[in-house]
Structures are given as structure tokens and as C-alpha cells.
Design a protein around this ligand. Structure first.
Ligand code: DGL
Length: 275
């Protein structure tokens, strides 16, 4: 394909469900002229409690669907898929570039608190594979990292119970083990697509001085820099188009996803696809 045809292709974004819409929101701001095609694998959500082989297979199939449609860059918006399967997805998409959310999240955390104590809140699988720890220590060997799996917080965000006593009690309960470890974090990394929605509740529970970092805006900056480097910006003057696909439940995708993307979505705008 020649360069000007490639430039007109959309950026593909994939997540296990609606959570990646928090990343899509930032991508839309950073790349207003780009077409964005989003795929949420809602039929198989959550990925965070699954085995490495299932996560890798699901992520590979979702990537194939976007690859079939034609994209010029893949953003793996799912922390779990980024932690577990990023190298395989890069291999699969070659020569099309692929970025995940873990590396940009680590960059943001290290920039916010150099030499700091970082607490990563994530899914079970992301914690099990220690991808954030590895990415942070590669950037800053003075850093200290603890990771906590907080599965219930995924459900809280989907349910819309993001503020108030229930949300705060659950967050407090997850943070309890840190006391015994005498670990007072300087930064809290929201290492799951859903946790930016819980930011105000997390803010009320953790020390005022702790930075709360999420990877969405840094990922969008990395995507913009990559398109600039590869001279792949869409040269149109007008706004890009958004296309949404899901593997199950268009109405739930629209209802829950609207909160993640920050605008009303209509079920008729969601295309259901099989992987
Ligand atoms: N999107 C996932 C992540 O960021 C959270 C939901 C899931 O477990 O699939 O890790």
C-alpha cells in the first residue's frame, strides 16, 4: 500500500470490553483528524482473571479482526492484554506498529515520582505477569514497586458505583495489606482501563501527597508521536470518524461505555462482530 493510502487508514484500538474507551477518549483529543476503530471483546470480558493462553488467544483474534479491516497503528488499550501478549501482537501486526498501555503508564509514573515508591492497581493477570514492575524498574532502578490485584474495582466501575461509601470501603480493603508492609506509596498507578473512573474515590482514600497516574493520556501522546515519526498522520482538515465494534451486547456496551467515553452512545452505533 502506498504512503498516502496508509495515511487514510484508521487507528485500531482494542480492549477486552468498554474499559479501553478511557484510552479512546484521550486518543480522540490527541488525534482529532484520525479515524478510530474500536473493538471491545465484550463476549469474553473479563480478561484479567483468565490464563495467559486464553488472554493471548483472545487478543490475537481481536487483533486479526482489526487487521482484516485495515489499520495503520494498533493501540492495545487493555492493560491485561498489554501485560501478557504485547510482543506476540507486535509480531502478528508487523510491519504495522503496535503500542500497549503499560510502557506509557510506567513512563508517566517515573516522571511523576522519580526514585519513588509506586503502587500498581491492576487485574490479577497484569499483577501475575509483573509487566508494570519490569517497565518501571527498567526506567528507574531506584524505584520501588508493589502491585495489587483489585478485581472487584472492575465491577464497581461497570456498575457505575464509582463514588461514595461502598466504593471507598472496597478501595480501603484492597489497600489494607500495605500497612503491614509499611509501604506508603508516592504514586498510585491506575493499571487497569476501568480505574480512571474511580479516581475521585481513590483520591479520598490515599495520602494527599501521592500522585495518581493513569496511562491513557501518555498512551495518546505516544500514539501521536509515532504517527508523526512514521509520517502517517491523516492529512484531512475535518474531524475523524469513530467506529465502534463489540463481540456481544450492543445495548450494554452503549449504556456502560457511555460513562467510560464521557458521552451518550446509542446501541445502533455499535456493530456486533464475531472473532
Ligand atoms: N481491560 C482490562 C484491563 O485493563 C480490565 C477488564 C478485564 O479484566 O478484562 O486490564
Amino acid at each position: 500500500m502506498n504512503a498516502s493510502n496508509s495515511r487514510r487508514l484508521p487507528v485500531g484500538v482494542f480492549d477486552s470490553g468498554v474499559g479501553g474507551l478511557t484510552v479512546l477518549r484521550e486518543l480522540r483529543e490527541a488525534l482529532p483528524h484520525e479515524d478510530l476503530t474500536y473493538l471491545g471483546d465484550t463476549a469474553r470480558l473479563p480478561y484479567g482473571t483468565k490464563s495467559r493462553s486464553s488472554i493471548s488467544r483472545y487478543a490475537g483474534q481481536a487483533t486479526s479482526k482489526l487487521q482484516e479491516r485495515g489499520i495503520k497503528l494498533l493501540v492495545v488499550a487493555c492493560n491485561t492484554a498489554s501485560a501478557v501478549a504485547l510482543d506476540a501482537l507486535k509480531e502478528q501486526m508487523r510491519p504495522v506498529p503496535v503500542i500497549g498501555v503499560v510502557e506509557p503508564g510506567a513512563t508517566a509514573a517515573v516522571a511523576a515520582r522519580p526514585g519513588g515508591r509506586h503502587l500498581v492497581l491492576a487485574t490479577e493477570a497484569t499483577v501475575r505477569y509483573g509487566a508494570y514492575r519490569e517497565a518501571i524498574l527498567r526506567r528507574d532502578d531506584q524505584a520501588e514497586v508493589r502491585e495489587l490485584a483489585c478485581e472487584l474495582m472492575v465491577s464497581l466501575a461497570e456498575e457505575g458505583w464509582t463514588e461514595g461509601s461502598i466504593a471507598e470501603a472496597i478501595i480501603r480493603r484492597y489497600l489494607e495489606p500495605l500497612e503491614a508492609l509499611d509501604f506508603e506509596p508516592d504514586s498510585i498507578i491506575l493499571g487497569c482501563t476501568h480505574f480512571p473512573l474511580l479516581r475521585p474515590a481513590i483520591r479520598r482514600v490515599v495520602a494527599e501527597e501521592a500522585a495518581i497516574v493513569d496511562s491513557a493520556s501518555t498512551t495518546a501522546s505516544v500514539a501521536a508521536a509515532m504517527l508523526a515519526d512514521l509520517e502517517l498522520f491523516n492529512e484531512r482538515a475535518g474531524p475523524g470518524q469513530l467506529r465502534l465494534m463489540a463481540t456481544d451486547g450492543a445495548s450494554r456496551f452503549a449504556r456502560v461505555g457511555g460513562r467510560f467515553i464521557g458521552e451518550d452512545l446509542d446501541a445502533s452505533d455499535i456493530e456486533l462482530v464475531d472473532l
